[in-house]
Each structure stands twice: as structure tokens, then as C-alpha cells.
Design a protein around this ligand. Structure first.
Ligand SMILES: NC(=O)c1ccc[n+]([C@@H]2O[C@H](COP(=O)([O-])OP(=O)(O)OC[C@H]3O[C@@H](n4cnc5c(N)ncnc54)[C@H](OP(=O)(O)O)[C@@H]3O)[C@@H](O)[C@H]2O)c1
Length: 261
């Protein structure tokens, strides 16, 4: 039985102001945990805090800014032992291949990879202090299953999430001897303000509340890999097992259809 989330825990969650992060914040608030919540916009954080002002601290900031993260580190320290950091803040910018622009790739990498890596600058020392007391310490990184298949237009987003998953799994290897868990969350399509912008069909779309429930349940069970919904992740895994030539044909045909639309 995992010790994670079994008792009242101190948790930092980034990207709490919207979508999956907001729903995870609400689920953890219902679970009675103490939360430090981060996003760039202050107002949505204050709205979430209103549900349990004595257990939620709003620490607004840009996760790519070392300066902002320094202030957030002070807030985390004031809250005592950090048991879990959920690094969920992220973006998705699609590439228009007719006007190829490497800025699109850079924006995805900057927010999703560099921003998350900078959050680890402040999360890891705090988790290490907690672990040194013999308490459970967990680093959770929200990646995506999107990079398991070469989706057209997702060059930047997919590359950022592939990098993020590798980053997290390598951290898991390095931190195993310290007993710090590293969890990778790989959602399929989740209905959030981020995906509301998509102009293509999203198979097996789940709600943000559903996603949050699966994430919190997976964490409590002690899972280190949380991927959902299963129908979508199995489909991607099956496609991924095909010869590369078959994958390329299918990906090109999907990209053509999406461009024609
Ligand atoms: N929705 C999906 O289908 C799906 C699927 C797989 C993975 N994911 C991943 O799940 C995570 C959450 O996505 P979502 O769909 O919930 O999107 P969302 O509704 O757009 O939420 C993104 C969150 O990240 C925060 N954020 C973005 N850039 C930030 C920055 N530089 N500094 C601080 N906070 C920042 C936003 O807050 P502010 O705007 O207030 O800064 C917001 O709270 C992302 O990592 C995304 O890649 C989503």
C-alpha cells in the first residue's frame, strides 16, 4: 500500500489556474490536503483559494522565470515539509507547415521543458528535506501521450512532451536511491481551455474532472506511470508497434486530411 496522499499532505501544484490543474486542485482540496497553487493569473488562484482559505496558498508566478520561482520557493518553505510537487503548467502551440517558424518549437520547449526543469530547481531541495525525515516525497510531471505518434502540426508540442517524459524518467532513475518517487502523467485528450482551441476531432475526450480523478487515484495507488484513457493509450501503443513505414503513411494521411479541412 502506497503512503502517498494517505494522510494530510503539503502539495505544490503548477498550472492550477485552469483545466487539469484546476480540477486536480479541487480534488485535492476535497481530500483535505494543504496546497500551494501556482499560475500566472492571480484571480483564478484566488477563486480556488476561496474553497478552503486556511489550506490553500496562492503563489502566482511564471514557471519559466527563475525570479518568480525564487519567491515561490520562499512560500513553499513557509508551509513546512513538501510531500508532493505536481508540475503541470504547460502550453500547446501548433505549427503551420506552410509558414514554418522555429519560434513555435521554442515556445513549446520553453514552457513545457525549461519551465518544468526550473520548477525542479525549487521542488527538489524541498522534497529532499522531507525525504531526509523519512517522509514520502513525490515529484509528479504532467507530460502527454501525444508524442507516442507523429501527429502533424504537433512538431513542437510532441517534441516538448517527449523530452519531458525522458527528463522525468531519467530523474526517476537518479532519485531512486534517495527514495524520491518521480511520476509521469500521460493524458490523452482532456476538455480544457487548451483543447477548446483545437479544430480537429479529439477521440476519447474526457472531462478535466475525470482526468483529475484518474490522476489522484493513480497517485494514491502508488503508480509511477499514469496514462489515460486506456482506449486511447492502447490505440497509440498498438499503432506505435507497427513498422515505421506504416506509421509514416498513416501519419501523412492524417496530416493531409487535417490540412484539407
Ligand atoms: N488538455 C489535454 O488534452 C492535455 C493532454 C495531455 C497533456 N496535457 C497537459 O496538461 C497540462 C495542463 O493542460 P490543460 O489542458 O489543463 O491546459 P490549460 O487549461 O491551458 O492550463 C494550463 C495551465 O498552465 C499554466 N501555465 C501555462 N504557462 C505557464 C507559465 N509560463 N507559468 C505558469 N503557469 C503557466 C496556465 O496558467 P496561467 O495562464 O494562469 O499562467 C494554466 O493554469 C499541460 O502540461 C498540458 O500539456 C493536456
Amino acid at each position: 500500500m502506497s503512503e502517498r496522499l494517505q494522510s494530510k499532505s503539503n502539495i505544490w501544484i503548477t498550472g492550477a489556474s485552469s483545466g487539469i490543474g484546476e480540477a486536480v486542485t479541487q480534488a485535492l482540496t476535497r481530500g483535505g490536503h494543504n496546497l500551494v497553487i501556482t499560475g500566472r493569473r492571480q484571480q483564478p488562484l484566488e477563486d480556488l483559494k476561496a474553497a478552503a482559505p486556511e489550506r490553500i496558498v496562492a503563489a502566482a508566478g511564471d514557471t519559466t522565470s527563475k525570479e518568480d520561482l525564487k519567491s515561490i520557493a520562499n512560500v513553499l518553505e513557509d508551509q513546512g515539509d513538501l510531500h508532493m510537487a505536481i508540475l503541470n503548467a504547460g502550453t500547446c502551440e501548433y505549427l503551420d507547415i506552410t509558414h514554418y517558424d522555429s519560434d513555435v518549437i521554442e515556445k513549446n520547449i520553453h514552457t513545457n521543458v525549461i519551465g518544468t526543469a526550473r520548477c525542479v530547481d525549487i521542488a527538489l531541495p524541498a522534497l529532499r528535506r522531507t525525504r531526509a525525515k523519512g517522509l514520502p516525497a513525490t515529484l509528479v510531471i504532467v507530460s502527454s501521450s501525444a508524442w507516442w505518434f507523429p501527429f502533424g502540426r504537433a512538431e513542437g508540442y510532441g517534441a516538448s512532451k517527449a523530452a519531458l517524459t525522458y527528463f522525468a524518467q531519467a530523474l526517476r532513475a537518479d532519485l531512486a536511491k534517495e527514495g524520491i518517487d518521480v511520476v509521469v502523467v500521460s493524458p490523452g485528450f482532456v476538455k480544457t481551455p487548451l483543447t477548446d482551441r483545437n479544430d480537429f476531432p479529439m477521440p476519447f475526450l474526457v472531462t478535466a474532472d475525470d482526468a483529475a480523478e484518474r490522476i489522484v487515484a493513480g497517485l494514491a495507488k502508488g503508480k509511477n506511470e499514469i496514462a489515460f484513457p486506456k482506449r486511447f493509450t492502447w490505440m497509440l501503443r498498438t499503432l506505435g508497434a507497427l513498422p515505421q513505414r506504416a506509421i509514416d503513411r498513416m501519419a501523412a494521411s492524417m496530416a493531409r486530411k487535417s490540412t484539407n479541412k
